[in-house]
Design a protein around this ligand. Structure first.
Ligand code: CA
Length: 225
C-alpha cells in the first residue's frame, strides 16, 4: 500500500505543487483547502501523514492537531507556517505536531523530513491477540500462519480494524477505499465483506467483521476465537 498524505493548505499553487511533487515520489495525496474539508477527509480516510498549514480561511490549522492525533496517534503531522517566531513553533510542537517547517521551504527538504517522519513514525501494524494485520505488506497472520486475503477485501478489513468498534457505513468504505467510488455499485462492499468471511473468518473459526443492520460494518474481533 502506498503512503497516503493529506495536504491542508489554502494556497492553491502551493498545494498543487506539493501534491504533484509527492505523487512523483510515489505518495498518494489528497488536498483540503480549509479546516472543515480537512476534518472531513481525516474522518473518511487513514493518513500516514498530514501537511498542515497554520493560517487557514476558517481558523488555525494547529487547532485540529489534537483531533487528528486522537483519531490515529500514528498519523504524523508536519506544520507548514509563515510564522517564524519560536513561540509559534513551540506552540505547534506542544499541541502535538511532529515537525514544524517555516515557509518558504525547499521541496527537497520537505520530502526528506516527510521520509524521516514516516520511517520513524512506527509501522501501522495492527495486532489483536494472535491476529496480525500488516497494511504495508498486505499480509495477515493468524496464530503464526499467513492468510490469503488481498486487494479490496484486505483494505476493507484494515480500514475497519483501524477503527476498532466504530460502525463504518458502506458509503464511508467506498469513499475511503475505491479510487472512483461513483463508478462502482455499493455491492462491491458486500462482495469484499463476503471474501473476508470466506477466506479469513470461516477457515479460522473467528469473527472479524459484523454487519450492523442499515448502518454498516464494525470490526469486532477481540483476540479470542
Ligand atoms: Ca494559509
Amino acid at each position: 500500500m502506498r503512503m497516503r498524505i493529506l495536504i491542508i493548505e489554502d494556497e492553491v499553487t502551493l498545494n498543487q505543487t506539493l501534491s504533484d511533487g509527492l505523487k512523483e515520489f510515489g505518495y498518494q495525496s489528497d488536498i483540503a483547502e480549509n479546516i472543515s474539508d480537512g476534518r472531513y477527509m481525516i474522518d473518511i480516510r487513514n493518513y500516514d501523514l498530514v501537511l498542515l498549514d497554520w493560517m487557514l480561511p476558517d481558523g488555525n490549522g494547529i487547532d485540529i492537531i489534537p483531533e487528528i492525533k486522537a483519531k490515529s496517534h500514528k498519523t504524523a503531522i508536519i506544520v507548514l507556517s509563515a510564522r517564524d517566531d519560536k513561540e509559534s513553533e513551540i506552540a505547534a510542537l506542544k499541541i502535538g505536531a511532529d515537525d514544524y517547517i517555516k515557509k518558504p521551504f525547499d521541496f527537497e527538504v520537505l520530502l526528506m523530513r516527510i521520509e524521516a517522519k514516516l520511517r520513524f513514525g512506527g509501522s501501522n501494524i495492527i495486532e489483536i491477540g494472535e491476529l496480525i494485520i500488516n497494511p504495508e505488506e498486505e499480509k495477515i497472520i493468524y496464530q503464526g500462519e499467513s492468510v490469503e486475503l488481498k486487494g479490496k477485501p484486505f483494505e476493507v478489513l484494515t480500514h475497519l480494524a483501524m477503527r476498532n468498534d466504530q460502525i463504518v457505513s458502506k458509503e464511508q468504505l467506498l469513499d475511503a477505499i475505491w479510487e472512483e467510488p461513483e463508478l462502482v455499485t455499493p455491492n462491491v462492499i458486500e462482495v469484499a465483506i463476503n471474501q473476508i468471511r470466506q477466506k479469513l473468518d470461516k477457515p479460522l473459526e473467528i469473527t472479524t467483521v459484523e454487519t450492523v443492520r442499515r448502518r454498516g460494518y464494525r470490526f469486532c474481533f477481540s483476540g479470542k476465537a
